[in-house]
Design a protein around this ligand. Structure first.
Ligand SMILES: C[S@@+](CC[C@H](N)C(=O)[O-])C[C@H]1O[C@@H](n2cnc3c(N)ncnc32)[C@H](O)[C@@H]1O
Length: 321
């Protein structure tokens, strides 16, 4: 089926990389049909009849079944008619005129407008050259605000933002029931996102207070996992985890067990390389200035990510050789 994705403008590459990584992780073949950077629309031909993977995406604003692109709204309404569920609909578009014009065309075909709880939500994106791209939205819950670290029972200033945490998990190419380890789990930001996506999670931290706080935070979201006290430099056992996703200590506010940060990260990679099988992914977020000699790993992707005015970080997507 063809799917339309309205990518978030938060980053030039990550929204697309996240989609491709989730599809790879879920084992769903895909092909890029078109991409419009101007209005951040990506159309993919995806080899599945069940697009539930869309629910996982943190950096896609809206997505749904692609119906067509045309300058003629009447023609698009006719195409919609064949695919829409009976009953009510709403139209979403940046332009009020487009909303009204497309709404009228659909209404003429016998559907009723319901802005609050429609059977079909129609997405309409205008492209200056080709006209309007139309999709029937796959509704998803993408509100990260109730998972703000400040709203959890245990808070620490180094807690990762939930949206970034979700992107990191997704970049690790894991699917439901795979096992993910965060060996610097802190308050559990990454594990919460993994757990909410139905991924099995395991965490450890050298600081007992963090371990207790992490368990409390997970319980707050109805999640249970194995969280233990441990040193990330001595990881075991081999072959148990499908991926490692982590946010090691950085900067002055964090607890570091080794003054030389580059060596610290590389020692950690050595420890991780002992337990990950070939082809498995390790995703980590480091200070922006970091460069890694990732022995035993291939650096697949690297992204600079602006977090706030005094913090830019770098995401490394590594694949065990
Ligand atoms: C940046 S914080 C992780 C924050 C976490 N992502 C969250 O959402 O709360 C880094 C964590 O690494 C832990 N840590 C530092 N050195 C460690 C080591 N050698 N092994 C395991 N954990 C360690 C710290 O206690 C701290 O909780």
């Amino acid at each position: 089926m063809e799917l339309l994705f309205n990518l978030s403008g938060e980053h030039p590459e990550l929204p697309k990389a996240e989609i491709f990584a989730v599809l790879e992780g879920e084992g769903i073949p895909y092909r890029i049909c078109s991409e419009n950077k101007e209005n951040r629309i990506l159309i993919l031909d995806v080899d599945t009849q069940n697009p539930s993977f869309i629910e996982r995406l943190a950096m896609t604003k809206k997505a749904g079944e692609f119906i067509g692109i045309s300058k003629n709204l009447n023609e698009l309404a006719q195409k919609l008619y064949e695919r829409m569920s009976e009953g009510t609909f709403s139209v979403e578009s940046e332009s009020q005129t487009t909303r009204e014009r497309l709404g009228e065309e659909i209404w003429k075909l016998g559907f009723t407008v319901d802005l609050l709880n429609p059977n079909s939500r129609i997405l309409c994106f205008k492209d200056n050259q080709k006209g309007y791209s139309i999709a029937i939205e796959t509704p998803v819950e993408r509100d990260f605000s109730d998972r703000k670290p400040q709203n959890r029972p245990y808070f620490h200033p180094t807690s990762i933002n939930p949206k970034i945490a979700r992107v990191l998990v997704n970049l690790a190419r894991v699917k439901r029931d795979n096992a993910v380890l965060d060996p610097f789990c802190g308050t559990g930001g990454i594990l919460i996102e993994a757990g909410l996506m139905g991924i099995q999670f395991f965490g450890s931290d050298i600081d007992e207070k963090m371990v207790d706080g992490c368990v409390r935070n997970l319980e707050h979201y109805g999640l249970k996992g194995e969280i233990t006290k441990g040193n990330a430099m001595e990881l075991t056992p081999e072959g148990k985890f499908d991926a490692i996703v982590t946010d090691p200590p950085y900067g002055r506010s964090s607890f570091m067990t080794e003054r030389n940060t580059k060596k610290f990260y590389e020692d950690f990679l050595f420890s991780a390389s002992k337990i990950l099988d070939s082809g498995k992914y390790l995703v980590m977020i480091l200070p922006d200035s970091s460069e890694l000699e990732a022995k035993g790993f291939e650096i697949k992707e690297k992204y600079s990510l602006y977090v706030h005015k005094s913090l830019t970080r770098k995401i490394f997507v590594l694949r065990r050789k």
